[in-house]
Design a protein around this ligand. Structure first.
Ligand code: WT7
Length: 665
């Protein structure tokens, strides 16, 4: 970026925490002062929330930046912390997981049962020759065995690499090969959109090209016929017949816990490595602090897939280490009907709901009558993650899911950060719709300009982290140089070759701004920032301006090459269910929207073109694929915009999507 991001959006609404939540909150404003007074002592206290087999000697070793060691010399077992200690404390009969299959079948799994299953899986993996430090790939649908498989690996010190069940054979092959996994845990298939969807054939195709794989463990979920080879073992014949006794050995705080691949938009996927003690400390603490989780009374539901970091940190390790009761759902939000999520909230009396902006905007598009048809009064706290949440989507979420009264925590973090970094504290923060607000206690984040200088309030630039944090990635698997290059070379010591005495600064890749109160607003990936007539304009702000129009449910904005302005703003908007978009009404709506953006953000942000579309291309984790939209905006003579409302644009997008399916999330 040649200059700081323009700070265009001016959102002034603010919502204080409900009095009752504030009065009983797990974490109060004191935490900020405590962490500011002594950050390492603060994290040391949070590590003390876990059970350690051996106390650490040093909180942080940062003598070889950017390679951190946390809780040096300490030892613990992650599965012991998530299971055994709750059972030993007499909470074995407490429900750990209310599992809901897509077809409506259910399982209720207590902590004692989850513990037994995990011990069996640990014994079965050991019998297959898996030892501490070996890698195990997990390619499963959202079934309880996914959590069991992860916990069993953690229990025996094997490093898991969960690969999202929607990925292709190529993507799975690359990930298995990069980690040289010894075992793959999969299923015959899972249920998706009302039908069985096979997984085993994809694994068979991948394993044929992965000589490191010695065994494949197969969970029977759909009962469909599968091909079988000498490497294959049924889970129910192997795991479910193994001994339920297993003593968890402690591992070093820096023992590798998991690798999770993140691909961003183009490059070869990066194996993000997380380790044991620091990761569990921060995921456990943030679950307690950000969700105000009360294990005795709350029913928590995170709608993410276990194949993403959100599923790792906020389905498995954070909630289970806190002894939570949670819901886990196998399927899609519109099967068999568009009220499925709200039906589940109602059925299990969910109190804490953690979901993604893309889902909230989809629900907006479907209309508020759908959540209104269910009793959502059990809810007491809402969360959002994955993308900037547009202020109007935030307000809709609060209004139509939160009954106009619930706090929303907009949590900023990444696969790389392992746990939430920037978020309101629900009992403390007066949240602003669309802002992740402030770094959590113990986290030092900032917004800087091109030179790495902190921008003043009201300014925009790059989001950075100035101090190491316990759940930080330790490296990119097998590629320390790429780790330094990707995250530590833009600003600070890493930019000047490391010898300048400057601090090491982590660059997250996101644009952000500080508002007049110093609160942080995420503006999307810096690669997505548009340069229009010499002004850096954030795609997020223009999208939010569009979504603030009553006829728009969702919008994606890209910068397309333009002979006059350098880049021009091209927007794709999905109308709300109620909007009239036929013929002249559609043209009128487009004209209104262009003016609406100009009025909201200023004439500089007025889109050159707006297309009304029924869908947007998304990555599998729900992020808009702007790169594809940019191709559409640039490679096609757009002409009369109204002709583009038809499916031809989307066909073009769809053909681009299938062309890039091999390694794209
Ligand atoms: C990127 C990380 C973190 C778990 C899921 C995504 C974007 C994430 C927010 C938020 C604005 C957000 C950022 C970040 N992002 N949360 N609350 N507000 N943007 O993990 O796939 O590693 O993606 O997601 O751009 O860098 P991920």
């Amino acid at each position: 970026m040649s200059e700081a991001l323009a700070n265009l959006l001016n959102e002034t609404r603010q919502f204080p925490p409900p009095a009752e939540l504030a009065a009983n909150a797990n974490v109060t404003a004191d935490a900020y002062d405590e962490a500011a007074a002594d950050r390492l002592a603060f994290w040391e206290r949070q590590a003390g929330r876990l059970a350690w087999a051996k106390q650490w000697e040093q909180v942080l070793d940062w003598s070889k930046p950017p390679f951190a060691k946390w809780f040096v010399g300490g030892q613990l077992n992650v599965a012991y912390n998530c299971l055994d200690r709750h059972v030993e404390a007499g909470r074995g009969d407490k429900v750990a997981i209310h599992w809901e299959g897509e077809p409506g079948d259910t399982r209720t799994i207590t902590y004692a049962e989850l513990h037994r299953l995990t011990c069996q899986a640990a014994n079965a993996l050991t019998a297959l020759g898996v030892k501490a430090g070996d890698r195990v790939a997990i390619y499963l649908p959202m079934v309880p065995e996914a959590a069991v498989a992860m916990l069993a690996c953690a229990r025996i010190g094997a490093t898991h690499s969960v690969v999202f069940g929607g990925f292709s054979a190529d993507a799975l092959t690359n990930r298995i090969q990069d980690a040289t996994a010894k075992v793959v845990i999969t299923a015959d298939g899972g249920y998706r959109r009302g039908k069985p969807s096979a997984l085993k054939p994809t694994v068979d195709e991948a394993v044929a090209n992965c000589p490191s794989v010695e065994h494949v463990l197969v969970v029977r979920r759909t009962g469909e016929e599968v091909a079988w080879s000498a490497k294959d073992h049924w889970w129910h014949e192997t795991v479910e017949t193994a001994s339920t006794e297993h003593a968890a050995q402690p591992f070093d705080a820096e023992h590798p816990l998991f690798i999770l691949y993140t691909s961003g938009t183009t490059a070869r996927p990066k194996g993000i490595l997380h380790t044991t003690g620091g990761y569990l400390t921060q995921t456990s603490y943030t679950t307690h602090a950000v969700f105000d989780l009360k294990p005795e009374t709350d029913v928590y539901w995170c709608t993410a897939d276990i194949g993403w970091v959100t599923g790792h940190s906020y389905i498995v390790y954070g909630p289970l280490s806190n002894g939570a009761t949670q819901v886990m759902y196998e399927g899609t939000p519109d099967t068999p009907h568009k009220g499925r999520f709200w039906e589940i909230v109602d059925k299990y009396q969910v109190t804490i709901l953690y979901t993604a902006p893309t889902l909230i905007r989809t629900m907006m598009k479907w209309g508020e009558d759908i959540p209104a048809g269910f009793d959502l009064s059990s809810l007491r706290l809402l969360g959002s993650v994955g993308e900037p949440i547009n202020p109007e989507a935030w307000i809709w979420y609060r209004q139509h899911v939160g009954g106009g009264r619930l706090p929303i925590v907009d949590t900023w973090w990444q696969t790389e950060t392992g746990a939430v970094m920037i978020s309101p504290l629900p009992g403390v923060t007066e949240a602003k719709p669309g802002s992740a607000m402030t770094p959590l206690p113990g986290v030092v984040a900032d917004v800087v300009d091109d030179q790495g200088q902190s921008v003043p309030n009201g300014g925009g630039g790059y989001l950075v982290l100035r101090e190491p944090w316990p759940s930080m990635l330790r490296t990119i698997w097998g590629d320390d140089n790429r780790f330094i290059e990707t995250y530590w070379s833009r600003f600070g010591a890493g930019a000047s070759g490391g010898g300048s005495g400057a601090d090491w600064i982590y660059f997250a890749g996101d644009g952000a701004k500080k508002d007049d109160d110093g609160h942080i607003w995420l503006l999307g990936r810096v690669d997505d920032v548009m340069l229009v007539s010499g002004h850096n304009i954030s795609t997020t702000e223009v999208e939010s301006a569009l979504v603030s129009h009553p006829s728009v449910a969702e919008a994606a904005v890209v910068g397309a090459t333009d002979p006059t302005t350098g880049q021009a703003i091209v927007a794709f908007a999905i109308p709300r269910g109620s909007a009239d978009t036929a013929g002249a009404a559609g043209e009128q709506l487009i004209a209104d929207l262009r003016n609406h953006v100009a009025k909201t953000l200023g004439p500089i942000a007025k889109p050159r073109q707006i297309m009304l579309v029924p869908e947007l291309p998304k990555t599998r984790s729900g992020k808009i694929m702007r790169r594809l939209l940019r191709d559409v905006a640039e490679n096609r003579s757009l002409g009369d915009v109204t002709t583009l409302q038809d499916s031809s644009v989307m066909d073009l997008i769809a053909s681009g999507m299938s062309g890039g399916k091999s390694d794209e999330d």
